[in-house]
Write a protein that binds this ligand. Structure first.
Ligand SMILES: Cc1ncc(COP(=O)(O)O)c(C=O)c1O
Length: 471
């Protein structure tokens, strides 16, 4: 209803000053809940299409609405996505394909943006001290591009930490530092597969990985995920070159890949001569059961490339991640990283090396695990209290987000209604390649949501669900 009235206003069919029909009358005429009409009117007013005169009704306004808001409304499936340029004729086909399915959101704070840590808890004092210390003695080399991709003390500190915490098996030389996981995945896509070759991705899948593979010209097959993780076909029609997985915390469903599936996957990769890319983006925050070792550490055939990130433990704007590649790929990755992206940020890497080797990293993970665990329980309590049987909660073992399956309301509509009230609740169905398998639910990030915000935000979500059910 909001869209219909908005379009009529934009097309000039409803001119400024026109009074909209009273809500009760319109609801009766269309045989819909009055709440739905009230909600549509409220949103039209919020977004500047209409205004109200005391109690005397709702009138079409004469001010044009914010174009950014209009662009966001154009595709309601994704919260806060950037506007696409009107004329794409001078863009490459790859660029147009990329822009046709963007996943990154402009909104990066508040309830319930997924994948955002609580940066207010980051130990700024310690970090500031280490950065100052490094800068006091920073050599010319440390302010340059660097070589062999990564500050050696950081690689040594990481090797030790990852072997204990994640069962990763590597030497420091196998680590290639990148600016974020997307760059790491992009290097794998470019160096290990040619345009047109096949990559298996999980279905549902992280939008960022899809965008990277798409723009590298790879074909993607979405492989279904069940309660044990990705369920790879044992005799596929065509063999993949790459297999992209998130075993510690499947994104976005939250499933943890079982040991049996890990073994099956490494055997299949070996049989097909394929590389596995293991994206271990938020495995540090495990609340139930012992963490399973990384796929990289379990893979007897050494076909697994590990991607780790500092975004979720420290802060996303740091833009530091890393790859762990088998020894035979080290030279190729290192040279390609220099050719394509150059190195740098060695002084930050030096501070990070000390942060890890002095034990601050492990201490911060321990502290945050407790905070996030309690925050997740708060969210679950509120979801149960305010939404009861409307939702089934899934994917709570680990990470910074969970998912809810919606029993009676369409996720795209709920997401859209919630966004109009400032709540980002990404529709689970939009992460699926196979629409027939798509689950109807919402992905709710809680890492960066203050405890006090959770109950009111769930309240807004509950209202959006109620409205969608009633329409
Ligand atoms: C599955 C997954 N991989 C990778 C990333 C991004 O990590 P980075 O900040 O290192 O690019 C995210 C961020 O949300 C994610 O959800």
């Amino acid at each position: 209803m909001f869209d219909d009235i908005r379009e009529a206003i934009l097309a000039g069919q409803l001119s400024p000053g026109t009074r909209l029909p009273p809500t009760r009358e319109l609801a009766r005429e269309l045989s819909i809940a009055r709440n739905t009409v009230l909600y549509a009117y409220e949103r039209l007013t919020d977004e500047g299409y209409t205004h109200t005169h005391g109690g005397s009704g709702t009138y079409v306004g004469d001010t044009a609405p914010d174009p950014a808001l209009l662009a966001r409304i154009a595709d309601p499936g994704r919260a806060g996505e950037p506007a696409l340029p009107a004329d794409q004729s001078r863009l490459s086909l790859r660029a147009r394909e990329l822009l046709a399915s963007v996943g990154a959101s402009d909104l990066q704070v508040g309830a319930f943006v997924p994948g955002i840590p609580d940066v207010s808890q980051f130990p700024r004092g310690v970090w500031q001290r280490l950065i100052t210390k490094v800068w006091k003695t920073a050599s010319q080399e440390q302010l340059g591009y660097g070589s062999r991709h990564g500050h050696p003390p950081l690689k040594r500190a990481l090797t030790e930490y990852l072997s204990l915490a994640r069962g990763v098996d590597c030497s420091p030389e196998q680590i290639i530092v990148t600016q974020g996981s997307h760059q790491a995945i992009d290097l794998c896509a470019r160096l290990l597969a040619d345009p047109g070759e096949l990559v298996w991705v999980e279905d549902p899948c992280y939008w960022g990985a899809r965008s990277v593979f798409r723009s590298a010209g790879l074909r993607m097959d979405g492989i279904a995920v069940d309660e044990h993780g990705i369920r790879p076909p044992v005799a596929p029609e065509s063999a993949p070159r790459l297999i992209f997985v998130t075993p510690s915390h499947q994104y976005p469903s939250g499933v943890v890949m079982s040991l049996a599936r890990r073994r099956l996957l490494t055997e299949l990769a070996h049989r097909h001569n394929a590389w596995i890319i293991e994206d271990d983006y938020d495995s540090e925050f495990r609340y139930q059961g012992a963490p399973l070792p990384s796929l990289q550490g379990l893979d007897p055939h050494r076909n697994t490339i590990y991607v780790g990130s500092f975004s979720k433990v420290l802060y996303p704007g740091l833009r530091l991640a890393f790859l762990i590649v088998p020894p035979e790929l080290v030279d190729a990755f290192s040279v390609a990283q220099s050719e394509l992206h150059r190195g740098g940020q060695l002084s930050v890497q030096a501070a990070l090396a000390e942060f890890i080797s002095d034990g601050h990293y492990a201490a911060h993970v321990r502290r945050m695990r407790k905070i996030y665990g309690e925050r997740q329980m708060l969210l679950i309590d509120e979801l149960q209290r305010q939404l009861g049987d409307e939702v089934a909660i899934v994917g709570t073992d680990t990470g910074l987000h969970l998912s809810v399956i919606l029993r009676h309301a369409n996720d795209q509509l709920v997401s859209r209604f919630a966004l109009a009230h400032g709540i980002v609740a990404r529709p689970l169905s939009s992460y699926f390649a196979d629409s027939l398998q798509a689950q109807n639910g919402l992905v709710l990030g809680y890492g960066g949501v203050a405890d006090a915000e959770i109950a009111p935000a769930v309240g807004k979500l509950a209202r959006a669900i109620e409205l969608v059910k009633g329409s």
